[in-house]
Design a protein around this ligand. Structure first.
Ligand SMILES: Nc1ncnc2c1ncn2[C@@H]1O[C@H](COP(=O)(O)OP(=O)(O)OP(=O)(O)O)[C@@H](O)[C@H]1O
Ligand SMILES: [Mg+2]
Length: 142
């Protein structure tokens, strides 16, 4: 996957997401999680630029559905209750570093795993946790 392909794949996923969808982005540092989220935003018609500013845990982007972009990296595995659950049913939830925010992971979610192969190439894999994501994984892997 090149950088543009990462964005395009995110866009493809964005078209398949629904209100209440939960996407967990796992894997390597600089693996392309934020880049992929830009593609999701494109599909949801988010007009503002999606980035990952230091020390911001949650950013909310207005689109066809609200996009809740969480970067849990700085939570560093502390068990905070940030009260983010209330957002989950309202739009699309995309979480980077869900490993650091385990309490927040719902029973059903889509896992996307990023592997850094070299400077410009990433591998991206999908895994459904719960039946409601089975079809999405099928679509994304064909
Ligand atoms: N094939 C690729 N896919 C995605 N990003 C790429 C690719 N090749 C190069 N890049 C570059 O790698 C960087 C990926 O950064 P990005 O912020 O998307 O990763 P991240 O997984 O969110 O990182 P972090 O773990 O710090 O949150 C960007 O600078 C991007 O331009
Ligand atoms: Mg990131």
């Amino acid at each position: 996957m090149s950088e543009q392909q990462t964005i395009d794949l995110g866009e493809k996923l964005g078209h398949l997401l629904f209100k209440g969808a939960f996407v967990a982005l796992k894997g390597d540092l600089a693996g392309g999680k934020t880049t992929f989220t830009k593609g999701i935003g494109k599909a949801l018609n988010v007009k503002s630029v999606i980035n990952s500013p230091t020390f911001t845990i949650l950013k909310i982007y207005e689109g066809d559905l609200p996009l809740y972009h969480i970067d849990a990296y700085r939570l560093e595995n502390n068990s905070y209750d940030l009260g983010l659950d209330e957002y989950a049913d309202e739009g699309v939830m995309v979480v980077e570093w869900p490993e650091y925010y385990e309490d927040f992971l719902p029973d059903e979610y889509l896992e996307v795993r990023f592997t850094y192969l070299n400077d410009v190439v990433r591998d991206i894999n999908f895994k459904a946790h719960g039946e409601r994501y089975d079809n999405i994984v099928k679509e994304m892997t064909c």
